[in-house]
Design a protein around this ligand. Structure first.
Ligand SMILES: [Zn+2]
Length: 257
């Protein structure tokens, strides 16, 4: 599987390593979250991505969703499909696509038909998109929030989404015979543990504890979602953990797994 963490912005002509928004692209077909989707994707990816799977509805994960649909509005020959829990869909309809913040795209259509279709998922019930089998696993963040177990027909992958200490995500991965890669959040440095606790995020110290819950053979562990202001500090604290297969996800780079 090809995984790309899209850049939130471009600095001096290259992908900024400061992550302010979240979108992972899988094989240029499926997006996990849409924070940076229309700002960080290529024109080819804008044409190939029609399925967006949401981990939760915080702004840094959905900021690009209205703009992505807006850009494509007249030319979409099939709708953009947003896969989310019913609770997340309710938030989008109530707080984003409500005509005040942005048009209610689910009520609009172009010459070809509807432009936005919601596809609700249930936690712990696998669903399929393209060649992926995806299971949403509830994690510990604010509101309904999902991590994901994703199989591409060959390998299994885990994405935590935003989370604090959590259990079911890891026990679900531990049921796999092996895992090709896990993408784990780590937002704040250790000195901001209280803020991390209040906002349900991980620090490097807690990241070490979480990774200790993974008992299945796992080839690579990528750390993502480091708050832009604390990136260097968080990276240096993660290095001190000395966990051999942990690496920092390079923003913009396509990782072949
Ligand atoms: Zn969040």
């Amino acid at each position: 599987m090809k995984v790309q963490l899209l850049p939130s912005s471009i600095e001096n002509g290259v992908a900024s390593q400061r992550q302010r928004l979240t979108t992972f692209l899988l094989d240029d077909l499926v997006a996990i979250d849409a924070g940076s989707l229309p700002f960080g994707c290529s024109d080819a990816q804008r044409q190939s991505v029609r399925d967006i799977v949401l981990s939760h509805t915080h702004l840094d994960h959905i900021a690009g969703l209205p703009i992505f649909i807006d850009d494509l509005f007249a030319t979409l020959e099939s709708p953009v499909r947003v896969h989310a829990s019913r609770g997340m869909i309710d938030v989008l309809e109530k707080s984003v696509f409500n005509w005040d913040v942005y048009p209610r795209f689910s009520d609009l259509s172009n010459d070809f038909g509807s432009v936005l279709e919601y596809v609700p998922f249930e936690f712990d019930t696998p669903f399929s998109i393209e060649h992926f089998d995806i299971t949403a696993i509830e994690v510990d963040h604010h509101g309904p929030s999902a991590g994901f177990l994703i199989r591409d027909g060959m390998d299994a992958f885990g994405f935590t989404g935003d989370t604090s200490a959590t259990e079911k995500f890891w026990t679900t991965l531990n049921d796999e015979p092996r895992v090709a890669a896990v993408f784990v959040e780590c937002s704040f440095p250790n000195r901001l543990q209280a803020l991390a606790d209040r906002s349900n995020h991980l620090t490097p110290e807690r990241l070490g504890v979480e990774i200790g819950k993974l008992h299945v053979p796992t080839e690579r562990i990528f750390v993502t979602n480091i708050k832009a202001s604390y990136r260097d500090e968080v990276i240096s604290e993660i290095a001190k953990l000395r966990i051999p297969n942990v690496e920092i996800m390079t923003i913009g780079e396509v990782v072949e797994l």
